[in-house]
Design a protein. Sequence first.
Length: 183
Amino acid sequence: MNFLAENALAIWMGGAVLLTMAGIAFAQLRTRGAFVALVAVIALTGTLLIVEHEIETPREAVERTLGELAATIEANDLPGVLAFIAPTADEVRKDAETLMPLVVVNKARVLGTPDVTVDESAQPPLATAKCQGFVDVTVRQNGVKGPYMDRVEIHFVATGDRWLIESYTPARDWHRAASGGRP
């Protein structure tokens, strides 16, 4: 069921095949039953597409959270960013409180489609997102502008109906880059 709730392509393809079959039957028979079948296929496909759009799976919720986090970072909203961090994630909170005041974020994006895995059997549910992150910043102290792009693995924990960051692992050490060293 999660596959259909996350991917409208299967619904579109199934609907197209059934619609073609019902259309051929209607074109050949011109009966009321064939017409009803044609309308039923359209109604069923439309209903499934609406349901797929309305249902948000845990994986989609993590992807949405990543997008919202990027928008909050781009808005230079430190309190907003801290709201995405789990209360137990002291290191992540410290990193955000240390880095964000040093820079003005001009642009923040999650590039491509994140690779999200969700462990719903854990209590509370956990998720891991592997993605390419991009930020374009201006250093407040000296006005130097520059982009920073990195692969990052972010671990989330479900808290109520939200996914909060528990930890993260960048491919490169941003602490070194922020202090002027080469990443």
